[in-house]
Design a protein around this ligand. Structure first.
Ligand code: ADP
Ligand code: MG
Length: 664
């Protein structure tokens, strides 16, 4: 009755792909087979159970009268030979290639689990999976070890075959290890039927418990969303921890009776089989490396490469290149080379070999970090440095009037772009800066206002247009950012709903598979709920794609806007700097000459004028400023004269700056 099909062969793909546990059913031969109730599918891959209405009450306490179970094969009146071929041969073959394998027999007592797994010892033809697996291993010249326990119906029995396979080529450092677990489970029948008492009942209860733990573990394994699998609940699941699911090839063979009287247990066994089919595993090779062989191989390779290098050197006329690690003297030499190179006294560093190149880079890093430290040290010696982020310290400095006029800009409201710098204390030893009022009263104050204040003025004056554009661009950018964040939130919400729908769909599907699927002329019958879920999922996917496209477009826009904003900010700052210099440093008459087409271009100030004011004038001047002004506010005309001189001086300073910048 059992037909062997080609598609029953080669169940196991190479690696990396998930696959389901293969579930087979073996029916114990009987003269009293319940033809009316147990029917096999045409392809021998399903079993239909039908219970007559009148029998229904007595046999199964269930409204249902029909079940259909999908399997990977039904073995009816099958020889031990055929069972091994169908169920075990590929698992064992794959174990010899490094994949772990588990074959498990499940079913009620007497249904033939032990017969299938171990077989009878009297008749060679009737030997089971275990002796055949050892035999298959032996023909492959693999050393296998095993322990055999005396098996009873009331205990679980696990045989483990350990495989370790080395390549015939001695130099090959890779080898594989694998395990084959052959599991003969204790009887799965329910307690009330076995009629057990006393110690036997206790044992049976225990077995039943461990089987139900096994079921729980299997249900958890079948649920892709679960990441915790309850393996530790009992010895059985603990022992099978790395044999259930995971990276192994897994086969479940369910032994059933063919008689009508056993139908209730048969149904329960078949349900277990279909739950098991939901479990997926991801077979992978257990590859190991023989460290000793590996070292030997590497040493050999190293010697070869050294010889190869020597040949290359002699061909290139290079003598005696040393490829060993560098010593301290060599490293010091490279360090000095790098220093000379940075100073400009050495034009090139000759390349010798890879090690030397690496050391050159190393020394660059060393020199760089030393220089950084030196710069910082010099700065600290000269200045008191304040942390830019220490706002309390900065405001204290500002309050004390110690903030230099050249202190950098206080940032825009969003804090982008501008830094706040603090210049040396020593530059203004404790003297209070002139009040802001003084700036206002004079058109061109001798001491320019602080840049942050000036910047606000600039934004209302000459910079108003560019500032307007800048603000506009920023608001567009912010609006796009907001939209992108909203779209992202929507995408996440859709994704969550997709997950929930998928989960519900999986649940419906597993429900269908657990209860036995209904098929009608090859068409799957799906209930309305599942159908609606499928539609919903499709719709969600569509929404997801649209939103995702939107988000991508938005991101491109954001990038573009960001660029515009950066450009604008840069422009704003540049214009401000020009405006600041023009307003507070360069006298108006010169400004006219400086304008495009004017008579003076940067770098063209007559030398005689630069020479006309020396350092001393500046010194005298600032002394006057400091001593006379606070006490004698009446000496205004005198003060004005000073201002004029100072302006001239500032102008020259600026022009010299221009000139220098121009030369660079
Ligand atoms: P289980 O281990 O499931 O309790 P056993 O393997 O001990 O059941 O089988 C009970 C009896 O039925 C044993 O005597 C066994 O030899 C016999 N038996 C089981 N299956 C077959 C089969 N397929 N062909 C012949 N005899 C079988
Ligand atoms: Mg047994």
């Amino acid at each position: 009755m059992m037909r062997r099909k080609n598609d029953n062969k080669r169940y196991f793909t190479r690696m990396g792909t998930r696959k389901k546990v293969h579930a087979f059913v073996r029916v114990k031969p009987t003269d009293d087979f319940a033809h009316e109730m147990i029917k096999y599918g045409d392809d021998n891959k399903s079993i239909d159970i039908h219970i007559k209405k009148d029998l229904q009450k007595g046999v199964v306490n269930n409204k249902q009268t029909d079940w259909s179970f999908k399997l990977d094969g039904v073995l009816h009146n099958a020889s031990q030979d055929l069972v091994y071929e169908t169920v075990a041969k590929d698992v064992v073959a794959q174990a010899l290639d490094g994949y772990n394998g588990t074959i498990m027999c499940y079913g009620q007592t007497g249904a033939g689990k032990t017969y299938t797994m171990t077989g009878t010892t009297e008749n060679y033809k009737h030997r089971g999976i275990l002796p055949r697996a050892l035999q298959q291993g032996e023909t492959n010249r693999i050393i296998a070890s095993h322990t055999m326990n005396k098996n009873s119906s009331r205990s679980h029995c696990i045989f483990t075959i350990y495989v370790e396979a080395h390549s015939r080529t001695l130099s090959d450092e890779k080898y594989i290890t694998s395990k084959i677990n052959l599991v003969d489970l204790a009887g799965s029948e329910r307690l009330k039927k076995s009629g057990s008492e006393g110690r036997v009942l206790k044992e049976a209860t225990y077995i039943n418990k461990s089987l139900s733990f096994l079921e729980q573990a299997i249900i958890a394994l079948g649920d892709q969303k679960r990441d915790h699998i309850p393996f530790r609940q009992c010895k059985l699941t603990h022992a099978l921890k790395d044999s259930l699911g995971g990276n192994c090839n897994m086969v479940l063979l369910t032994n059933i009776y063919g008689e009508a009287s056993q139908l209730e247990e048969t149904l329960s066994s078949l349900r277990f089989a279909s739950r098991m089919k939901l479990v997926t595993t991801e077979p992978a090779i257990n590859e190991k490396y023989d460290a000793e062989r590996m070292v030997k191989n590497l040493e050999k390779e190293l010697a070869l490469l050294k010889q190869e290098l020597a040949i290359h050197d002699s061909l290139a006329n290079r003598t005696l290149v040393n490829y060993d690690p560098m010593d301290e003297i060599q490293i010091a030499e490279i360090n000095s080379q790098v220093r000379r190179y940075l100073e400009g006294t050495l034009d090139e560093i000759d390349i010798i070999n890879l090690r030397q190149i690496q050391e050159v880079f190393n020394q660059f890093r060393v020199v760089l970090s030393q220089q950084e430290q030196e710069v910082e040290l010099t700065l600290r010696r000269k200045y008191t440095l304040i942390d830019k982020n220490d706002f309390a310290a900065i405001s204290a400095v500002q309050k004390a009037g110690l903030m230099d006029v050249d202190g950098h800009l206080v940032g825009e409201p969003d804090g982008q772009g501008f830094g706040l710098g603090v210049t040396p204390f020593s530059a203004k030893p404790g003297k209070k800066a002139k009040s802001k009022k003084m700036f206002k009263e004079q058109l061109r104050p001798s001491t320019p206002p602080p840049k942050p204040v000036a910047f606000e003025d600039f934004k209302n004056e000459r910079g108003s247009e560019i500032n307007r554009i800048f603000k506009e661009n920023k608001s567009i950018l912010n609006e796009r950012r907001k939209r992108a964040s909203e779209t992202t939130q929507r995408i996440n919400a859709i994704k969550r709903e997709m997950d929930v729908t998928k989960e519900a769909l999986n649940f419906q599907k597993s429900l269908r598979e657990k209860q036995g699927e209904y098929e009608n002329k090859g068409l799957m019958i799906i209930d309305e709920e599942e159908f609606l879920l499928i539609l919903k999922l499709k719709d969600l996917k569509k929404q997801y794609r649209t939103e995702y496209q939107d988000l991508r477009d938005l991101k491109a826009e954001i990038q573009y806007c960001q660029h515009l904003v950066d450009q604008c900010r840069h422009r704003l700052l540049m214009e401000f700097d020009i405006w600041y210099n023009e307003s507070f440093f360069i006298p108006e008459d010169i400004q006219v000459s400086l304008k495009p087409g004017g008579s003076i271009r940067p770098g063209m100030v007559p030398i005689s004028r630069i020479m006309s004011l020396g350092e001393d004038d500046q010194d005298k001047f600032s002394q006057l400023q400091q001593t006379e002004l606070p006490e004698g506010p009446d000496s205004f005309s005198f003060y004005n004269a000073k201002v004029k001189t100072e302006q001239k001086h500032n102008y020259l300073k600026t022009m010299m700056g221009f000139q220098q910048a121009h030369r660079k």
